[in-house]
Design a protein around this ligand. Structure first.
Ligand code: SF4
Length: 279
């Protein structure tokens, strides 16, 4: 695994070129990962976690609440949650119905309240009310998976043990062909082999910002995208109005179902079932 920083490699003349990053193969994917990480640093130098928190415990609880919910919505309810139950011990002893009332607007409030209480009870019983600092311990807490654990470790403790893969990160990394996995754990396993370790924490925040502003789920704004020269746009539908060659031509839809402008962009092979565009 390449552990030198993109900047250091660039100074030594090793920064991958866009052409190298665009080409196929495992080496090209690694070059593309490094080039994308470097470019994101240029494009989004101020990216950060958008959840409000003052301690690792608050970050942990806010991240549990952020499942299927916007960070902005979470930030609206956490001040009251943290005011009424400021410690793990206090929240572990709260009545679930009261917690549900406070976090109701974040959705899935019953399951989330149960997880908050269960998580705090486990923190009190097993960790003296403190948030543990290893992935292995964090993922044993109720409501905490790899994504939440990586957020807490990276943002709360500055420890890069993995890469946070949410819907934005997964979608954009598939379009960039840094992974083809649709499950978060598999995608993370691919990403840690192509993104320099010193970028693991900020990489997710930058991609989330890019996903909100440019690489939108339904209509990515590829024209003018700062990553366009590095991006194979895998699975991205052709823009409306793109001419499709007639059937039977080299680029058209032949009898075997192959070809066509859009399917060429998603790398469809003759005789194979068409791939669904991955959001
Ligand atoms: S070029 Fe298009 S698909 Fe690729 S990252 Fe940019 S917006 Fe997303």
């Amino acid at each position: 695994m390449n552990r030198s920083t993109p900047d250091a490699r660039a100074k030594r003349g090793h920064r991958p070129t866009a052409a190298a990053a665009r080409s196929g193969g495992r080496q090209a994917r690694a070059a593309r990962g490094e080039a994308v990480a470097g470019r994101l640093g240029d494009l989004y130098p101020a990216s950060r976690c958008s959840l409000d928190f003052r301690s690792p415990l608050e970050l942990l609880l806010a991240t549990i609440l952020s499942a299927q919910c916007t960070d902005r919505r979470v930030n609206l309810v956490t001040p009251e949650l943290f005011r009424r139950w400021p410690t793990a011990a206090a929240l572990s002893a709260a009545r679930q119905e009261e917690v549900e009332g406070v976090i109701h607007s974040t959705g899935f409030f019953r399951a989330k309240a149960k997880n908050l209480l269960g998580c705090c009870q486990a923190l009190v019983e097993r960790h003296g009310g403190e948030v543990p600092v290893t992935l292995a311990e964090l993922v044993t807490l109720p409501g905490v998976g790899r994504k939440t654990a990586n957020v807490v470790l990276g943002v709360g403790f500055g420890r890069a043990e993995g890469i946070v893969v949410d819907t934005h990160v997964g979608r954009i990394c598939r379009r960039l062909d840094l992974t083809r996995r649709t499950d978060a754990v598999g995608a993370e396993r691919d990403l840690v082999t192509v993104v320099p370790p010193d970028r693991w924490i900020v990489f997710s925040h930058q991609l989330i910002d890019h996903g909100r502003a440019v690489c939108l789920a339904r209509r990515p704004r590829c024209t003018g995208c700062g990553l366009a020269d590095l991006c194979p746009q895998r699975g991205v539908p052709a823009p409306a109005g793109t001419p499709v060659a007639p059937r039977g031509t080299a680029l058209g839809h032949g009898k075997d179902g192959s070809g066509g402008v859009q399917s060429r962009r998603v790398g469809r092979q003759p005789g194979r079932k068409p791939r669904r565009n991955v959001p």
